[in-house]
Design a protein around this ligand. Structure first.
Ligand SMILES: Nc1nc2c(ncn2[C@@H]2O[C@H](COP(=O)(O)OP(=O)(O)OP(=O)(O)O)[C@@H](O)[C@H]2O)c(=O)[nH]1
Ligand SMILES: [Mg+2]
Length: 423
């Protein structure tokens, strides 16, 4: 199972604003007439429950969204760049590789998240006409789109998990009801990592099913593949508890008790997770006798009889699982507040800028956002510089400088630019 992948994403750049002027028959020296650049395309990730692994992304190294078109004369906007949506399985977690920050945890079907934002298109010169300058020949460049290196991880997020002692037929079950191709063998611990598949019922409803490594006595304290295994099933809504009713390795009731004890040891909650009890290997020689005895011991238990090997008795289990899963989803929905479908990625809250007093009437504004803006300013153009100064004011940087004690005539370093402070 491929479950960790690194890709680079680049959202589209914004298009340039246009600095055109009106040149028409009756307006030989018309005013500024340049339209805005289009916005760069965004990059989204979306949950697609038909996907169960990240293997489709295996050969993807770079993903780019479309750039915005440049603004044109006659106030025409440039075209917005095309968005890109990357489909991933349920349970995908997306991190910023550089910082390790979690950007998104995709835990709901159809969930969509914006991961890299396209750059804004630059404004055309029509926006910059002022009383001082009615014919600005300046237009904004577009902002660059966000570039991120992402680490994408798939955490198993199965709705239902197959549990039981080793070699009871869990992987066989999975292989018969989904198109997953797990390894199946007569020896113990054939399954080391869960395999997952999608069960689709004849009525089109579907859920994600995973087989689990066999559980043994002491797993709750870390024996066998203990803790690893239990970590995987924590998020399952339903447990399908498979018992070898032919008693090849142990008496079925012992097997049943061992598993339930392990669930209890590990986590109180798992014990109460809905369980479907499956009596497997009913094609076996001793199965009927064992089953009779088992029913005597647990008269209240609903038991599903199967032979996974012969593909028998499986469908009722799938319907039952589906019913329990839907019930659990409904409960979850009731318990969680309504969420927007598009969830913006988590962004750590931090001030946008920081003022540093360098002493000697020198100050520094530290801010990634402002640094990016500085790169866009055309310092040859009075309009552009003026606009930049206004922006610093709107962002509250001017006030902040003054509050810190910055006075007229002091030098302020902003990004690569040094300016004199004045009201
Ligand atoms: N007779 C019989 N044998 C079965 C049945 N289901 C599975 N087996 C056999 O049991 C053995 C173990 O099957 P697996 O599906 O690998 O069992 P598992 O529970 O996934 O085992 P681990 O991954 O090792 O925990 C294989 O030899 C299967 O062919 C069944 O219904 N009847
Ligand atoms: Mg297995």
């Amino acid at each position: 199972m491929i479950d960790l992948i690194t890709i680079k994403v680049k959202a589209g750049d914004g298009g340039k604003g246009s600095a055109a002027f009106r040149h028409e028959k009756f307006y030989p020296n018309g005013g500024p007439f340049g339209g805005d650049g289009g916005h760069g395309g965004n990059i989204y990730f979306e949950v697609d429950t038909n996907e169960t692994t990240l293997s489709k992304l295996r050969f993807t190294r770079n993903v780019k969204a479309g750039n915005g078109g440049d603004g044109m004369t006659k106030k025409m906007h440039g075209k917005d760049g095309d968005d890109v949506t990357i489909k991933v399985p349920l349970g995908t977690m997306i991190r910023n590789k550089a910082t390790g920050d979690l950007l998104a945890d995709l835990t709901k079907p159809k969930q969509i998240v914006l991961i890299a934002r396209g750059g804004k298109g630059g404004l055309g010169n029509v926006h910059f006409a002022t009383s001082r300058n009615s014919a600005p020949d300046y237009a904004q460049p577009g902002q660059p789109g966000e570039v991120l290196e992402l680490q994408i991880e798939l955490r198993l997020l199965a709705d239902a998990g197959l549990i039981g002692l080793p070699s009871v037929g869990k992987s066989t079950f999975l292989s018969v009801v989904t198109n997953a191709k797990p390894q199946i063998a007569a020896y113990h611990f054939t399954t080391l990592e869960p395999n997952i598949g999608v069960v689709t019922l004849p009525d089109e409803r579907s859920f994600v099913l995973a087989d689990m490594p066999g559980l043994i006595e002491g797993a709750g304290e870390g024996k066998g593949l203990g803790h690893e295994f239990l970590r995987h099933i924590r998020r399952c809504r339903v447990l399908i508890h498979v018992i070898d009713m032919n008693g090849e390795e142990s008496e079925p009731w012992d097997a049943y008790e061992v598993i339930n004890n392990e669930l209890k040891t590990y986590d109180l909650d798992l014990e109460n997770r809905p369980q479907i009890i499956v009596a497997n290997k009913m094609d076996g020689e001793y199965a009927q006798d064992y089953l009779e005895e088992f029913k005597k011991r647990y008269p209240d238990l609903e038991i599903y009889e199967t032979s996974t090997l012969m593909h028998k008795g499986l469908e009722p289990i799938l319907y039952k699982a589906m019913e329990l899963i839907e019930e659990s989803r409904r409960q979850e929905e009731e318990n969680t507040e309504k969420e927007e479908i598009v969830v913006y990625r988590y962004e750590p809250k931090q001030p946008v800028f920081k003022i540093v007093n360098l002493g000697n009437h020198r100050w520094k504004v530290e801010s990634d956002r402002v640094d990016r803006l500085v790169d866009m300013v055309d310092f040859e153009s009075e309009e552009s510089v003026y606009e930049f100064a206004m922006l610093l004011r709107r962002m509250g940087i001017e006030d902040a400088l003054r509050n810190e004690g910055c006075e007229n005539g002091d030098q302020v370093i902003v990004g690569t630019y040094i300016m004199d402070f004045e009201d």
